[in-house]
Ligand binder design. Sequence first.
Ligand code: ADP
Ligand code: MG
Length: 256
Amino acid sequence: MVDVLDNESGVINRGVRMSSGITGLDKMISGGFIPGRNILITGPSGSGKTTIAGHFLVDGPKGTDECSLYVSLEEQKNKIFSDLGTIGIDLISAEKSGTLHFVGGPIANITNYMRKLDANAEHIILEIEDIIRKKKIKRVVIDSINLLTMIPKMLEEKREMLAKLCNMLSSLGCTSLLLSETRDEDRRISEFGIEEYIVDGVVVLYHLKQGTRFVPGIAIRKLRGSSHDHDIRPYDITAHGLIVYPEEVMFMGDGR
Ligand SMILES: Nc1ncnc2c1ncn2[C@@H]1O[C@H](COP(=O)(O)OP(=O)(O)O)[C@@H](O)[C@H]1O
Ligand SMILES: [Mg+2]
């Protein structure tokens, strides 16, 4: 077990941390995620959620024998693997080496589930559980939870379904990133306004308007059981992946 001392707060964070695969983000969260926790990664389209997922699954486990699972409920595998490959996140090699498993497919899969009278989001959760058990998975990404959360009709059912998903992931010892897309104009953290209450942590990606530019910023809005950075920090998506600048401050413009 490793104890990580947070210099600013003086809080000692006990236990081994799971690297996010992004050095600057690890610094914001006292060394990494607490194993077995669920983290919501939320932000508008194109903000870098899938990129963070790629780093978490491929770079995070480096030097360990952890197996990862990418559940894609919206985008096609080829597209994700090829897009992330252009910025140096090599999902293809990770899959070939047997450390990365991919399940999913397009919206059609979920739509088929929804068409079946007896099918619901629980079937998808059970399918994910089955793979985690068989492949001994320790890191999970669900990209994204928006469609899954749309399946139950009532808000209370949505909440129950998400809690079931999170409990299943945690009880199997998985550290998980649940990606959630928000609308640019929306100031809410999540699509339905319930997701952030169920998870253990929330990382928000912003597009902050500065003059004529949108500048990307990242903030930790919640992290149960851990000290963390409370400032919005700048980040960039570059040819070498997503880089977080944990010592830099954002200059706000336009009254935001
Ligand atoms: N080679 C690259 N160089 C710089 N930025 C890139 C490159 N490839 C993609 N990006 C940026 O990454 C964004 C996509 O990030 P992604 O993780 O797919 O976002 P999300 O999953 O939140 O929709 C693009 O909109 C673009 O701004
Ligand atoms: Mg994405």
